[in-house]
Design a binder for this molecule. Structure first.
Ligand SMILES: NC(=O)c1ccc[n+]([C@@H]2O[C@H](COP(=O)([O-])OP(=O)(O)OC[C@H]3O[C@@H](n4cnc5c(N)ncnc54)[C@H](OP(=O)(O)O)[C@@H]3O)[C@@H](O)[C@H]2O)c1
Length: 302
């Protein structure tokens, strides 16, 4: 196996893959909103998830106006709260018994160490536990639509990160950036764990880095760090539309059919960090995340 810089070309498009129903989380801003715009003309039912009903309504209205006739649905949930993730999953399962694609895009970075009302560090809750729980709870709808796809928006910030299994929520020495990098490493480890478990059911699970993108990323933080991020993305960031390209590719491209457990940058499969392939860490993380969200680690009978 090659180093992280090695990439693999995906064969040119050979057929048309038209996913009927696609769910995009974090669809009210940045990469998620651009992903929704790109998908609106390609799918039958586009399901937007956000935490702010007003913003969701505005994005849905803009999509319908732009792509006349697009069937756009909205669901409100604060994804940093597991009780809301469970309620959302129940709503989605009931509304969409067949789901071809789930794009786990919502995520952010927090400069301050704070906990959700459920007592979980916010980055860990939103970037790791939320996509883990949502994906597991949507398995029936994904299985019913198989071959189906899960697309996890990770980040190159996972490179160089190491998980501390005795302190997954980074309470010993909190740093916003380390915590963010570790959360994305955890998401890629879980991507590999899902791929191994769900491959036989023809549900593919892949992760991606969208690039350095001009969005509202991290702007809910105050102070110097938020100002530095704002300046950096304004100066060097690519557009949200370009940032959404790899998500849209993984959600729709026929040439990635059946490919799973991979990490993509600029719509090409590349190696993620060495740590992200540690199967023992992936298994341990799966078990710890399962315990944290109150699911059995084993999926038999679920
Ligand atoms: N921008 C980059 O350079 C970059 C690089 C690598 C990876 N990423 C990843 O790309 C993904 C999208 O980020 P972005 O850059 O597009 O940032 P963004 O513009 O801040 O968008 C983040 C989205 O997540 C939603 N969100 C945040 N907290 C939420 C919560 N508690 N419950 C439900 N939804 C919530 C936001 O909702 P509101 O609209 O209500 O805030 C928004 O829709 C993230 O996973 C991020 O880690 C970004």
């Amino acid at each position: 196996m090659g180093g992280p810089e090695e990439s693999e070309s995906i064969p040119a498009e050979t057929a048309t893959f038209v996913p009927r129903t696609v769910v995009v989380t974090g669809a009210t801003s940045g990469i998620g909103e651009a992903t929704a715009h790109a998908l609106a003309r390609r799918v039958e039912t586009l399901v937007l998830v956000g935490r702010d009903a007003g913003k969701l309504g505005a994005v849905a209205a803009a999509l319908s106006a732009e792509h006349g006739g697009a069937n756009v649905r909205t669901h409100v949930a604060d994804l940093s709260r597991m009780v809301e993730v469970r309620r959302l999953a129940a709503e989605l399962r009931a509304s969409y018994p067949k789901l071809e694609v789930l794009v786990n895009n919502a995520g952010t970075y927090f400069s301050r160490n704070e906990r959700t009302p459920e007592g979980i560090e916010r980055t860990w809750a939103l970037n790791v536990l939320s996509p883990f729980l949502l994906t597991r709870l949507l398995r029936p709808s994904l299985t019913a639509a198989a071959p189906s796809r899960v697309v996890n928006v990770a980040s190159a910030a996972h490179s160089g990160a190491r998980l501390r299994f005795d302190d997954l929520e980074n309470q010993r020495r909190y740093s916003g950036f380390s915590t963010y990098g570790r959360s994305k490493l955890a998401l890629i480890l879980l991507t590999h764990a899902f791929a191994e478990r769900w491959g036989p059911d023809h549900i593919s699970v892949n992760a991606l880095h969208p690039g350095f993108v001009r969005t509202r990323f991290g702007q809910d933080n105050r102070g110097v760090t938020a100002a530095v991020i704002r300046l950096a993305v304004r100066s060097f960031g690519i557009s949200p539309e370009r940032g959404a390209e790899t998500s849209v590719f993984l959600a729709t491209a026929p040439q990635v059919e059946g490919r799973t457990g991979e990490y993509y940058v600029r719509s090409r499969a590349v190696r993620s960090s060495r740590e992200s392939y540690d199967a023992a860490s992936g298994l341990r993380l799966w078990e710890l995340c399962s315990a944290q969200v109150g699911l059995p680690a084993s999926e038999e009978g679920l």
